[in-house]
Design a protein around this ligand. Structure first.
Ligand code: FAD
Length: 470
């Protein structure tokens, strides 16, 4: 075919990395094509990740509140029950509205959308087996790999998405399991465990490591685990799964201490395997064009997101770094800015992380453990939500704000928040960090009263002075 059907930018994968890169490229005036095999845009995040999990977290929280907290506020029901198909329906509606919304954005920005499985035949050509059974060759001056990640299974465990499920199956269970075992105490396991726990399942989390969510600040982690335990979640840390038996109706897991020792068994109706995710490059033909990956299969890129093969770039979950949707989006924008001859930038030290349980846990910057390891002299300012008037007013006061600041300069090094809306509160800290603010900068900004945000102001104050309300 002629050169005129060659795109400036071809993106393989329509997840948060890929679709954002495609829209940004088109906005910068580049002729852009996006290839997606799933049939819908939005990738893992929108279809089977961030969005459906947040829909179920919200719905299950409403049920739990109605059942256990409304009466404290003087709101009474004769009875409350779960209509699981309706709950799933609301989640599905949210997902389909949003995926169609991205298709609309593609049209608006004139991004060509090719539905099918792409594989490299050269560094500038992708062969696409289209969803309707055809094949087409897509040519691009620049090709961005944004193929994301997939569920990681564990040796000896076969995911059938019914009794042994991945996060995808856990987002679509047809009944509320009496007993659910979660293998892996990362944020996905804890979020899905929270959903089903609120709906009535007995939750046991089995984790090989000695701690839940390893990236979390240690002090916050302890309070967080205690909070989850209070909600009925049981933890078996330092424990490995050595056997799975599905021959009876349910699932029987054989467990062993991580360091070896006596085996025990644990029964469940459903087991969720959430032991991490793995970069997805299967069938892509990376080896054919010689793109370098690391041992874990992640594509290696430089600071401009370029691989070792000229004209081929990679972003999002398929490259090293935190596997988060907003990080993939930042990668996508910066990568395209470089392609367009501009300067892109992502500060990986300032990517916020949020666990969307109740309370939520959010953080940005360094944990106390990381600050210590750097040998920096620091101060800690803390403020509990029990002393925050808004949190007390709404009777949802579990959690705290913790601010870490450089002892000499007062520059903020990290902020950690456990609170019902920590995922929203964290961005004030993210902006402060991005501007190299001191904790006094935050403390001297007038914060509206009564708000949960005042707890951040007081924690910031507590790094160099006394907070007012403690
Ligand atoms: P993906 O979203 O995985 O998208 C890649 C796309 O490429 C897929 O749609 C795939 O079908 C397509 N593709 C792959 N290969 C090909 C090919 N050869 N041809 C054509 N198309 C191809 N992150 C957050 O930030 N916040 C959250 O709350 C959050 N919650 C999550 C909850 C769950 C249950 C899960 C599983 C993940 C969650 N994540 C969350 C992580 C988030 O989903 C990922 O970090 C994000 O989706 C990565 O974006 P991406 O564009 O790199 O890849």
């Amino acid at each position: 075919s002629s050169g005129s059907d060659e795109s400036d930018v071809v993106v393989i994968g329509g997840g948060p990395g890929g679709y954002v890169a495609a829209i940004k490229a088109a906005q910068l005036g580049l002729k852009t094509t996006c290839i997606e095999k799933r049939g819908t845009l939005g990738g893992t995040c929108l279809n089977v990740g961030c969005i459906p999990s947040k829909a179920l977290l919200h719905s299950s929280h409403m049920y739990h509140e109605a059942k256990h907290s409304f009466s404290n506020h003087g709101v009474k029901f004769a009875s409350v029950e779960v209509d699981l198909p309706a709950m799933m329906g609301q989640k599905d509606k949210a997902v389909s509205n949003l995926t169609r919304g991205i298709e609309g954005l593609f049209k608006k920005n004139k991004v060509t959308y090719v539905k099918g499985y792409g594989k490299f035949i050269s560094p500038s050509e992708v062969s696409v087996d289209t969803i309707d059974g055809g094949n087409t060759i897509v040519k691009g001056k620049n090709i961005i790999v944004a193929t994301g990640s997939d569920v990681k299974s564990l040796p000896g465990i076969t995911i059938d998405e019914e009794r042994i499920v991945s996060s995808t199956g856990a987002l679509a269970l047809k009944e509320i399991p009496k007993k659910l075992i979660v293998i892996g105490a990362g944020y996905i396991g804890l979020e899905m465990g929270s959903v089903w726990g609120r709906l009535g399942s007995e939750i046991t989390v089995v984790e090989f490591a000695s701690e839940i969510v390893p990236s979390m600040d240690g002090e916050i982690r302890k309070q967080f685990q205690r909070s989850l335990e209070k909600q009925g979640m049981k933890f078996k840390l330092n424990t490995k799964v050595v056997g799975v038996d599905t021959s009876s109706g349910g699932v029987k897991l054989t467990l062993e201490p991580a360091a070896g020792g006596e085996q025990t068994t644990l029964d469940a109706d459903v087991v969720l395997v959430s032991a991490g995710r793995t970069p997805f490059t299967s069938g892509l033909g990376l080896d054919k064009i010689g793109v370098e990956t690391d041992k874990g299969g992640r594509i290696l890129v430089n600071e401009r997101f370029a691989t070792n093969v000229s004209g081929v770039f990679a972003i999002g979950d398929v490259i090293p770094g935190p596997m988060l949707a907003h990080k993939a989006e930042e990668d996508g924008v910066a990568c395209v800015e470089f392609i367009a001859g501009k300067v892109g930038h992502v500060d990986y030290d300032k990517v916020p992380g949020v666990v969307y349980t109740h309370p939520e846990v959010a953080s940005v910057g360094k944990t106390e453990e990381q600050v210590k390891a750097l040998g920096v002299e620091y101060r800690v300012g803390k403020f509990p939500f029990l002393a925050n008037s808004r949190a007390k007013a709404i009777d949802d006061a579990e959690g705290l704000v913790k601010v870490l600041a450089d002892k000499e300069t007062d520059k903020i090094l990290g902020v950690h928040i456990m609170a019902p809306n920590a995922g929203e509160l964290i961005h004030e800290a993210a902006i402060a960090l991005a501007y190299d603010a001191s904790s006094e900068d935050i403390a001297r900004v007038c914060h509206a009263h009564p708000t949960m945000s005042e707890a951040l102001k007081e924690a910031a104050m507590a790094t160099y002075d006394k907070p007012i309300h403690m």
